[in-house]
Design a protein around this ligand. Structure first.
Ligand code: SF4
Length: 365
C-alpha cells in the first residue's frame, strides 16, 4: 500500500531528527519504564529501544531531578529523539525544554492559568520543539465529562480540541495530538473525528492494551484500522511487557498492513488445504528464521510461500518472489511467472539468494 496516496494531509513537525506528518514515514514510538532518575538503567533501556528500531522514545519526568537524565542520555551518545512526558507541573515542562528534550508531552488544560501555559509555549518556541497533547479516556476534563456523561469519542475529540485551542491562543501550532482509549472502537472513532477536526499529526495507540496476543490484537485493530483510513503519523503499541517488545509489535502491524517501503519484508503464505503438496507450515517457520538470521527482514520485498503450483503463483501474483510447493520440489516464481524448479532441500537457500539479488538490483537503481 502506498500510504501517501490515501493519507490524511497533516502538518509536518520535527521531533529532533525525526520528522512526522506530511509524507514522512510512520514513526514508531515507545516509552521507557525505568525510574528516569536512575540514569544508568534509563540509558540502557533507551539504547535497547534505539537498537530495536524505535524512532522516538518517550521518558516520563515526574520530578525536576529526573530532568537531568537527559544529559546522561546524550553523553552516552544516544541520538534518538526524546520526548519528556510531564503531568501537571509547568515548571518541569519548561525545564525539560531548556535541558534538551526534543518534544514535550503535556496537556495545557492541566497546568493552570494562562501564564503557565504561556511559559511552556515560550520555552518550546525558543527551543523550536513541539508539544504533544495526549488525551486519554481515563482522565477527561470534568466539564467535558459532565457534558457527555462518559468518555465517548465525541468527548475525547472535544477534549483534544480544547487543549489545542489553549496552545493556538498563543500562536503555537507546532503540535502533535493523540487520543487514546482502552476501548478499541472508541479510540478509532475519536481519531476519525479528530482527523477531520484539526490539521496536526496524530499519534496512534490503544492504551492499556495488555500483553501478549491480547495487546497485539487490540493495537493491530485500533492502529491498523486508522492507518488503513490514511489516518496516523506515529504509533505506539502499549504492551504490558518490555518496551522493546512494543517496537517489535509496531513493526509487525506496519508490516501486516503493507505500508510501502517502511515496514520491511512482507511474507505471505497460504493457509494450506487439501491441495497442499509440501510441508508448508515448518517451511514458513524455517524461512522466517533464515530471513532474521541473514538480517534481511527490513528489506521492502514481498515474498510468498504457497502450498501448490496450481493456485500458488496466481494467488501470490503481487509478490516480488515466491515458491509454490510440488511433490519433493517447488517452483520459484517472480510476480506470478514460474521461472525454475528447486529441489525441496534447496528451497530456503535459493529463496534467500533470490532476495539478496533483488535487494542488490534495487540498490543499483
Ligand atoms: S495455494 Fe494451493 S495449497 Fe495453498 S491454499 Fe491455495 S490452493 Fe491450497
Amino acid at each position: 500500500m502506498n500510504y501517501n496516496q490515501i493519507r490524511r494531509p497533516a502538518k509536518e513537525i520535527a521531533i529532533g531528527t525525526c520528522k512526522i506528518g506530511g509524507k514522512n514515514p510512520i514513526a514508531i514510538q515507545s516509552m521507557t519504564n525505568t525510574d528516569t532518575a536512575d540514569a544508568v538503567a534509563t540509558v540502557a533501556q533507551i539504547r535497547a529501544l534505539e537498537s530495536a528500531g524505535c524512532d522516538i522514545v518517550r521518558v516520563s519526568i515526574p520530578t525536576l531531578a529526573a530532568v537531568d537524565t537527559v544529559f546522561a542520555i546524550r553523553e552516552a551518545g544516544i541520538r534518538v529523539p526524546l520526548v519528556a512526558d510531564v503531568h501537571f507541573d509547568y515548571r518541569i515542562a519548561v525545564r525539560c525544554a531548556e535541558a534538551g528534550f526534543d518534544k514535550i508531552r503535556i496537556n495545557p488544560g492541566n497546568i493552570g492559568d494562562d501564564d503557565r501555559v504561556r511559559a511552556v509555549v515560550d520555552a518550546c518556541r525558543k527551543k523550536r520543539i513541539p508539544i504533544r497533547i495526549g488525551v486519554n479516556s481515563g482522565s477527561l476534563e470534568k466539564h467535558i465529562l459532565a457534558k457527555y456523561g462518559a468518555p465517548t469519542p465525541e468527548a475525547l475529540c472535544e477534549s483534544a480540541q480544547y487543549h489545542i485551542a489553549l496552545l493556538e491562543r498563543f500562536d503555537f501550532t507546532d503540535i502533535a495530538v493523540s487520543i487514546k482509549a482502552s476501548t478499541v472502537s472508541d479510540m478509532i472513532a475519536a481519531n476519525r473525528l479528530l482527523g477531520q477536526a484539526c490539521p496536526y499529526p496524530l499519534h496512534l495507540g490503544v492504551t492499556e492494551a495488555g500483553g501478549g496476543d491480547r495487546g497485539l490484537l487490540k493495537s493491530a485493530i485500533g492502529i491498523g484500522s486508522l492507518l488503513c483510513d490514511g489516518i496516523g503519523d506515529t504509533v505506539r503499541v502499549s504492551l504490558t511487557d518490555d518496551p522493546v517488545e512494543e517496537v517489535a509489535a509496531a513493526k509487525k502491524i506496519l508490516r501486516a498492513i503493507g505500508i510501502e517501503g517502511q515496514s520491511g519484508m512482507d511474507i505471505v503464505s497460504c493457509p494450506t488445504c487439501s491441495r497442499t503438496k509440501i510441508d508448508l507450515i515448518p517451511l514458513v517457520k524455517r524461512f522466517e528464521q533464515a530471513v532474521r538470521a541473514e538480517g534481511l527482514d527490513n528489506l521492502p520485498i514481498k515474498v510468498a510461500l504457497m502450498g501448490c503450483v496450481v493456485n500458488g503463483p496466481g494467488e501470490a501474483r503481487e509478490a516480488d518472489v515466491g515458491i509454490a510447493g510440488g511433490i519433493r520440489e517447488a517452483v520459484l516464481f517472480r510476480h506470478g511467472e514460474i521461472v525454475e524448479k528447486i529441489a525441496e532441500n534447496d528451497i530456503i537457500t535459493r529463496l534467500i539468494a533470490e532476495i539478496k539479488h533483488i535487494a542488490a538490483q534495487t540498490e543499483e537503481t
